[in-house]
Design a binder for this molecule. Structure first.
Ligand code: MF3
Ligand code: CO
Ligand code: CO
Length: 327
């Protein structure tokens, strides 16, 4: 006999699975227990015609060009504005996070709020991506697609928003606690935020880019956490993802890249409780840890100066170590 719903009392790891597959429970349904399951994804929402659209908006095809690493003062000024818009939308979206709220509901808010502020939600049709933000819950590392899954008490949920306004992108994310979260996950989220700010603090003109990854990795390692290598920070400006790549771990290949005043890029470490390896869901976007353990992330778009970096997504109410609303 075979059944699809788990019984109230579960087998021991080495006993046969309850589903009747004949495999050991630990090699069968135990693997998906407590995991985030894909929900239903609604069709892509339209962006009203009065909102200016980036080149990929209608085709979903992205054609990169050679964008300078050092931005002009005009572009930097535009990025201050797009950064502020993204930071506002992230803060407000974070306030919606609560048990029972679906990630789809969060996405609808993000979509409409960007439009209200005059921005195109950058992720819409970016390489065909269907939604206005990414919502990455628990073991989802990044690029989770908002869907019908209601957030559950005890989840952690990253919201990643990017807006395009004035011809430039602003990209920021934070991990939010859903209701009553266990201390181990809370600590992970806290340390991940610290890693992000330590990475940002290491950004300074004249220093090698590798300083950023070193700062992040050192802090993560002190807590015996993993640093995901497969996804990296990125140059940003007129393009969403452009040169340079910002590794969140130390790599001597980045010793030779010197940070310059006027560079703009993101710092967005993904930190794990367990494995740093990943798997991609059948939706071709959602990246999850291979061991199903939790992971957190924070992101800011920054401008390199000859002093402290300017956090372009650090506007009113930006995520900071002292912002109580992330806890
Ligand atoms: N905002 C993400 C980043 O930090 C990118 C999302 S692209 C998407 O780089 F297509 F997955 F939405
Ligand atoms: Co980014
Ligand atoms: Co992002």
């Amino acid at each position: 006999m075979s059944t699809t719903t788990a019984p109230a009392t579960l087998p021991q790891a080495n006993d046969p699975c309850w589903c009747g597959s004949g495999r050991k429970y630990k090699r069968c349904h135990k693997r998906s227990e407590g995991r985030v399951l894909p929900g239903e994804v609604t069709p892509m929402r339209a962006v009203p015609g009065h909102i200016a659209r980036p080149p990929y908006a209608d085709t979903g095809e992205y054609e990169p060009w050679d964008e300078g690493r050092v931005k002009s003062p005009e572009i930097i000024d535009a990025m201050r504005r797009s950064g502020r818009v993204a930071s506002t939308v992230l803060r407000e979206a974070g306030e919606l996070v609560a048990p029972g709220v679906t990630t789809e509901e969060i996405d609808v808010y993000v979509h409409e709020r960007f439009v209200e502020l005059g921005a195109y939600p950058s992720t819409i049709n970016y390489h065909g991506y269907p939604k206005a933000c990414c919502t990455s819950v628990n073991e989802v590392i990044c690029h989770g697609i908002p869907d019908s899954r209601p957030l559950q008490d005890g989840d952690i949920c990253n919201i990643d928003v990017t807006g395009w306004i004035g011809g430039v992108h602003g990209d920021t994310n934070a991990t939010f606690l859903v209701g009553d979260v266990d201390p181990e996950s809370r600590r992970l989220v806290e340390v991940t935020e610290e890693c992000t700010w330590l990475g940002i603090a290491a950004a300074r003109a004249g220093r090698p880019l590798s300083d950023i990854g070193r700062a992040i990795e050192d802090h993560a390692k002190q807590h015996r956490y993993g640093v995901v290598k497969a996804f990296v920070g990125h140059g940003i400006g007129e393009q969403f993802h452009t040169d340079v790549q910002v590794l969140h771990y130390y790599d001597r290949r980045q010793d030779g890249i010197v940070m310059r005043e006027g560079m703009t890029f993101t710092v967005e470490p993904m930190i794990t409780l367990g494995s740093i390896n990943y798997r991609i869901w059948d939706d071709d976007w959602t990246a999850v840890t291979s061991d199903g353990k939790r992971t957190a992330q924070f992101e800011h778009t920054i401008l390199v100066t000859d002093g402290e970096a300017e956090v372009l997504t650090g506007g009113d109410g930006a995520v900071s170590p002292t912002a109580p609303w992330t806890r």
